[in-house]
Design a protein. Structure first.
Length: 258
């Protein structure tokens, strides 16, 4: 919830800042037109086109990147479910006594994997659960290697161990994906451009005798909502737009192990 409040606070601050700068720009424009009626609007169209095009490009870049990373995170959940399911099925290739112990560890492992993300945004609790995941990975690997050696069955090891390796590797991939976001300077630039465009837009509205509150509010509101959505999509484990539904494939896999 803290992340959602933070995103809402940023969006609200941007909304108010854009309204303020539109008003500042309008007043500056009115004063300039009073001093130089003919030259006040010279070159304004070119500048407006340039800055608004740059703002549109940056919004498209950040929104597209956030949406792409969101979809990628969902795909990784499905890939992990597939990797765990494959490795679990290949446990049939080891001896029954070792198989029973490994299957029990697999159930604990999957429970712990689900718990890591359920405990977010409590980073400390999630890190503790992650340590448990790593410990279980080591136990599963050691038991699988011991079972393969006890059997002396080379083909079984060739089939089982790569599947376990893939199951373990994807956890690091998912963790890195969760931590991957645009540099902070991108968001600073986005906010700066939005505020700069508000100033230019306000200056351009100086030709009218009355303020167009509808245009001013709609422009600021749409920008604030867009920025909020971008930030929320970037952090799909702690915001309103969540990737949690993708975890259902892991939940269903866990049920199939019982």
């Amino acid at each position: 919830m803290m992340q959602t409040f933070f995103a809402l606070a940023l969006a609200g601050g941007l909304f108010l800042g854009m309204l303020l700068l539109q008003e500042v720009g309008r007043r500056v424009g009115v004063r300039r037109r009073a001093q130089d009626p003919e030259g006040a609007g010279t070159g304004l169209g070119t500048i407006e086109t340039a800055v608004f095009a740059l703002l549109g490009l940056l919004i498209a870049f950040t929104f597209s990147g956030a949406a792409s990373r969101f979809d990628g995170r969902r795909q990784l959940v499905a890939q992990e479910a597939s990797a765990i399911g494959t490795a679990y099925l290949r446990l049939d290739m080891v001896a029954p006594d070792a198989r029973s112990a490994l299957r029990q560890r697999f159930g604990q492992y999957l429970d712990s994997r689900l718990a890591v993300y359920k405990k977010l945004p409590d980073i400390e609790a999630a890190e503790q659960e992650w340590a448990k995941v790593v410990a279980l990975q080591g136990e599963i690997w050691s038991q699988a290697v011991a079972a393969c050696r006890a059997q002396g069955d080379g083909p079984s090891c060739i089939v089982l161990l790569p599947a376990l390796n893939e199951m373990i590797d994807i956890t690091t991939t998912r963790k890195m994906s969760m931590m991957t976001h645009p540099p902070a300077i991108i968001f600073v630039l986005l906010f700066g451009l939005a505020l700069g465009c508000s100033l230019v837009a306000g200056y351009g509205m100086a030709g009218s005798k009355q303020r167009s509150w509808i245009h001013m509010i709609v422009f600021a509101a749409m920008m604030a909502v867009t920025v909020f959505v971008i930030i929320d999509v970037e952090y799909p484990r702690v915001g309103l737009i969540r990737v949690d539904a993708a975890d259902q494939v892991l939940v269903e896999l866990r049920e199939s192990m019982r």
